[in-house]
Design a protein around this ligand. Structure first.
Ligand code: BTN
Length: 260
């Protein structure tokens, strides 16, 4: 596993003041940055906080066991090992990740991403970033994959739903800026400003979604996000908070699980 020249230095610059003791590593190719951090943490080789970024992944993983295609040179694949306070609601960590990426991308590129609950980030109707948060006994591994440029063959596996930032951006620096926001936010997981930002960027708001409950297909209108990150919906049987499962808008499936 080779280091990428200049990446760690640029990541440190993006991380900025106050985080010099945090170890950062940038590798050319890995199986999966989430897998690496989980394995290293379980073996006692690293402990939180720790940041790992890679140019490409051979076994990039998405939520619900899906593959996250991670070709070289066009994306940013990174994971942060965090150890938030024991009492932290896992949903808030996922929300923190989504908000951190939106803020860092806006600062570095000027682009305003939108959030599809719970943790997919969209630009002009296409998914440009996915987030996979996984709990282990040593902490939480927060995996973030951003499509920076459209690869030469596009995203054939995504059936037209994936896109990229397609803006000139220093992805090395961006990885540091994202890590900074995640690490800062993890110090104060219930920060109302993070939740307010999340709500303001969420594009399911007001839409009618379908979901399955107790084996029955239901539909309801999305009215908000609860303080612990659940999706608040209003249906014919009243208001409820959805926390895990699958919802769809029209014919499009939207899966959600806050933490795997
Ligand atoms: C999803 O969209 O379902 C989540 C995708 C998460 C992908 C990132 S890329 C870095 C980290 N390593 C992985 O194997 N997955 C996450």
């Amino acid at each position: 596993m080779r280091c990428v020249t200049g990446w760690e230095k640029a990541m440190r610059e993006g991380l900025g003041e106050g985080f010099s003791p945090v170890p950062v590593q940038a590798l050319g190719q890995v199986d999966s940055t989430n897998l690496r951090l989980k394995e290293w943490a379980r073996a006692g080789e690293i402990r939180a906080p720790y940041v790992l970024a890679a140019d490409s992944q051979t076994a990039g993983r998405g939520r619900l066991g899906r593959t996250f295609v991670s070709p070289p040179g066009t994306g940013l694949y990174m994971s942060v090992l965090l150890c938030p306070p024991e009492s932290t609601d896992p949903g808030l960590v996922t929300i923190l990740a989504a908000v951190s990426v939106c803020r860092a991308v806006e600062e570095e590129t000027g682009l305003r991403l939108q959030i599809k609950w719970v943790n997919d980030l969209f630009l002009r109707g296409k998914k440009v970033c996915g987030i996979l948060a996984e709990k282990i006994s040593e902490g939480i591994v927060l995996g973030i994959g951003v499509n920076i440029l459209t690869p030469p063959g596009g995203f054939p596996e995504a059936a037209g739903n994936a896109g990229a930032l397609d803006r000139p951006v220093d992805r090395f620096r961006l990885s540091g800026a994202i890590a900074r926001k995640v690490l800062l936010g993890a110090k104060n997981p219930g920060d109302p400003a993070v939740l307010a930002y999340y709500r303001a960027r969420m594009f399911l708001l007001g839409q009618t979604i379908s979901f399955t409950e107790d084996g029955l297909q239901k539909s309801a209108r999305v009215t908000g996000v609860s303080d612990d990150g659940g999706l608040v919906v209003e249906g014919t049987d009243g208001q409820k908070v959805l926390r895990t499962g699958e919802v769809s808008i029209g014919s499009r499936q939207v899966s959600f699980s806050r933490l795997e």
